[in-house]
Design a protein around this ligand. Sequence first.
Ligand code: NAI
Length: 327
Amino acid sequence: METIAFFDAKPYDRAWFDRLNPGYEIRYFECRLTKETAVLARGCAAVCAFVNDRVDADVISALCAEGCRIVAMRCAGVNNVDAQAAQGRLALAHVPGYSPHAVAEHTMALLLTLNRKLHRAWARTRDFNFSLSGLEGVDLFGKTAGVVGTGRIGRAFAEICRGFGMRVVCCDPYPARIEGCRNVSLDALLRESDVISLHCPLTKESYHLLDTMAFLKMKKGVFLLNTSRGALIDTEALLHALNSGRVRGAGLDVYEEESGLFFEDRSGSILRDDALVLLLSKPNVVLTSHQAFLTDEALREIARVTYENLDAFFAGKPMENIVRAGG
Ligand code: NAI
């Protein structure tokens, strides 16, 4: 069978890709895919890449030169892929919707942690500090959640919020009908919501969707959640909004400059990203490093669908999960 060059490989990826492997030869590389590392794919008909790998025009040319015929992204979001540049040269596949629950549940975990200050309470009790001062939260029951993007994950998150007894407003250019949820404009959502959660893809149009103007439209004391893509938020504008108290707390699983940092242990080095250092210094910011997808169910499904995509491609059958230029 064909050989796959597997970039940004982590032990949790290998576990399921090895277990479900129908017979491909896999060359695992710990480094990310870039113009410089594309040469490692020499002789491999397929490349398997992830969210912080770069699949731009240069990388695509380099992969074609090495004989690669398909890039199988093992993720849903494909903002790091230049589908235009790949057209007619290289097939592109991805894994849409492997477990919307994994991401939606992590989003709620971020909100609960922020609101009830679990991260601070955990640190205190480990130090035998049993004081409650400063740990006050609010009831989520009866509050309004604003869900931006009502695709698979946004819908799952909206339903979790409904389960908490929250009102839910949504905005999406192609709105889904979700029982008990009202579709509104982005401006109305920003004005009305006590909690705002981003679940739309990163595109040219949604880049810095939440900028200074957007933050000014929000209620004072809003909770902001982003488990989608970092560049949906202008980080400088978020820092201002946190300093002014406009944003009561931010739960972030993604960061606009995460590439090269997230997924790696950087604990022994100086972090040179000042905006990230500032975010991490705030007690009302909870940041996880792009782990919302990380459940057994999701990892298994990612491996299963990636193999399904590759099997279809190499058998000359139509692939269901093609990444097309222009969305
Ligand atoms: P989906 O494709 O099912 O839904 C996306 C929805 O966003 C669609 O309904 C679309 O119409 C809507 N949308 C597009 N532009 C919009 C805009 N400007 N404003 C409001 N809505 C807009 O995608 P799914 O599976 O729900 O994933 C959403 C995003 O979550 C992905 O694009 C990806 O970036 C992110 N993601 C993050 C993960 C993590 O581990 N943190 C894991 C998986 C996905």
